[in-house]
Ligand binder design. Structure first.
Ligand SMILES: [Cu+2]
Length: 317
């Protein structure tokens, strides 16, 4: 169900975006179609949200920075989803769409949703990528400042928009009564900026002298946690046979992964021919745009030549 929901959201996504553009005069048919899809996309999204909640319900939640970002993502994305469903009614949407209300909505979806999800991923996989853990204290400071900052910045925009302040415009008359709320928004934006400074400092510091991560700092269930951090170029010398959905946890639940001793492996050395091949493609595109046949042909020759050189390059031992 979760996979189907993901696929459905991806597919329906082609048919909801215009709910941000109803004021552009699409006409009643387009408005109705995009309004109906906006209503329907709430169903698979709801499936996903209940799945995430139920996953936590059945688990032992550890409040690491990565987890805090993941949970913050769910909460903020739900708020963005609720204001999103409000767009499915074209007459209501017509009022909201060219105001700060829609700015609030899209930031709860994209900042509260996507950006917090990205940060959850960065905190979770940074030790696998670099071999060192990000500092948790700085990480939590980053999370809370960003979480508070984003709500200060974006929540008042719902009211600012409904009171009539148009989007993409930063000036307004004092009679509109949105001065205090705009000030709160501005303060929130600066809090987000400060939060990001803590993040940048954390990455800079932890990359050089953070806590050494080892293979598996989190007690992860998946195969990437069985190999060193950072992983060798070839990942595994012997492709492991996976017999359960959670291979590293299977010791207690199901059959364990059989331990295969590492074996010698041949890895192709670094080659610059792929880069030359890519330049050939760029040359072909440039020649086509410039309507110059000989550039296309010459670049095509470069492409084919470098693919052959690349393919026949000897292995370095
Ligand atoms: Cu939207």
């Amino acid at each position: 169900m979760v996979v189907y929901s993901g696929a459905l959201i991806g597919f329906m996504g082609w048919g909801v975006w215009a709910h941000h553009m109803f004021a552009s005069g699409l006409g009643p048919i387009a408005d109705s179609v995009f309004g109906a899809t906006t209503m329907m996309i709430a169903i698979p999204t709801g499936v996903k949200i209940f799945n995430w909640l139920a996953t936590m319900w059945g688990g032992q939640v550890r409040f690491t920075t990565a987890m805090l970002f993941a949970m913050g993502f769910i909460a903020m994305f739900v708020i963005g989803g609720l204001s999103g469903v409000m767009h499915s009614s074209p007459p209501a949407d017509l009022q909201q769409t060219d105001t700060y209300f829609v700015v609030a909505h899209i930031h709860y979806v994209l900042f509260g949703g996507a950006i917090q999800g990205l940060f959850a991923g960065i905190y979770y996989w940074f030790p696998k990528m670099t071999g060192r853990l990000l500092n948790e204290k700085l990480g939590k400071l980053h999370f809370w400042l960003m979480f508070i900052g984003m709500n200060l910045a974006f929540f008042p925009m719902h009211f600012i928009g409904l009171l009539g302040m148009p989007r993409r415009i930063y000036t307004y008359r004092p009679e509109l009564g949105v001065e205090t709320m705009n000030l709160i928004s501005t303060i929130g934006a600066h809090v987000i900026a400060v939060a990001l400074l803590f993040f940048i400092y954390n990455v800079w510091r932890s990359w050089r002298r953070g806590e050494v991560a080892g293979n598996d700092p989190w007690g992860g269930a998946m195969l990437e946690w069985t190999i060193p951090s950072p992983p060798p170029d070839y990942n595994f010398t012997v492709i492991p046979e996976v017999v359960s959905r959670l291979p590293r946890w299977s010791v207690t639940h199901m059959k364990a992964i059989p331990e295969v001793p590492p074996q010698p492996i041949h890895v192709p050395g670094g080659s610059y021919w792929p880069l030359v091949a890519a330049l050939g493609i760029i040359g072909m595109a440039t020649g086509a745009v410039a309507h110059t046949l000989w550039i296309v042909l010459a670049s095509g020759a470069v492409l084919i030549f470098s693919i052959y050189r690349w393919a026949f390059e000897p292995f370095e031992v």
